[in-house]
Design a protein around this ligand. Sequence first.
Ligand code: ADP
Length: 367
Amino acid sequence: MAWLNRVKREALQGDSLGANSALPSSLTDLLASIDAESLVLGSSDVIIFQTSGIATFNLTRDRFLINNSLLTLVRAVRRSGTQQEATMELPRGPIGEGTHDLLVRVTPIGSDGMIAILIFDDSEMRRLDAIRKDFVANISHELKTPIGALSILSEAVLGASDDPVAITRFATRMQAEAQRLSGLVQEIIDLSRLQDGDPLKSGEIVDLVLATKEAADQTELSAESRNISVVLSLPDRVEITGNRDQVIMAIHNLIENAINYSPEGTRVAVALRVSDGLAEISVSDQGIGIPESALERIFERFYRVDAARSRATGGTGLGLSIVKHVATNHGGDVSVWSIEGAGSTFTIRFPLSSTDSQPTLNAVEAK
Ligand code: ADP
């Protein structure tokens, strides 16, 4: 039972897993200063030190590693006595396509059988790179269209100086194009906010009930102008971990679309609930719907089913790609159900924050 005693001793020594761990402070200081998350295992694989960010990756439970690939690496290091390195792709949450792309380095340290594991998170760099590449490719084209239209329209205005009816017509179109440009600029700003950092790592607790209310409030003017009632169905409290501004932006985009692609006088229903340990926000409209052939593509940047309709509503084709980014970055996903001519329901799901409890009461609030 010497083995068991050693495990117990190491577990006790590493009780705080921080500054007071069984490691000399010079070593913990060094590990804390490296731009990587780190773990140190004792000779019987009990974790005796870990940086706080390790929790994001779901690699450990009760002082032990639970990830098989990492355990295999540790075994290889114990066998060979030499450093091992591997890349790992871990899911960001229980659902969705988001991943952490990690470079993992496992090194023996000292002569007591201790092992240090350094984890470098590449996902942020890759994520930003993907956003940038994808974006630059399309943005110049998207900017050219309204700018080109403004230039042609201003020439037309000059040529029609003695025809007030034509001038009004051209000026109205100029106004629409200018609005489109300003919408595009706003969404570029929104996209740049997606680069604020990993919402799970620097995450705060986000109250989804308040976030949904705020997103709905932001759409009040457009709902009113089209005589559309936005009806909220919210429980008492649902909490997730993430970036509040991004979450509000995603919900806002869905409600704004529901309003824009619906006939006047219809209803948009926004419901928040908890299902299977996930927070689920659905936005349903009685609008024009989306043809089945387009459902696959609507989350792509700059894709629009009907470019003319989207232009008329000031659409940029960026809204849903922002929603998808936000959902994925939070370890969640977004899906759509739609019938042409009848309406659409978009649903975003987020993993609940670990401190959240189940909501109790359903309240319906009409706007
Ligand atoms: P846009 O700025 O054009 O609205 P989005 O990325 O938000 O861009 O949406 C992409 C396309 O998906 C839209 O152009 C529209 O054709 C379609 N769409 C989005 N939401 C809805 C909806 N609620 N009802 C019908 N069509 C929708």
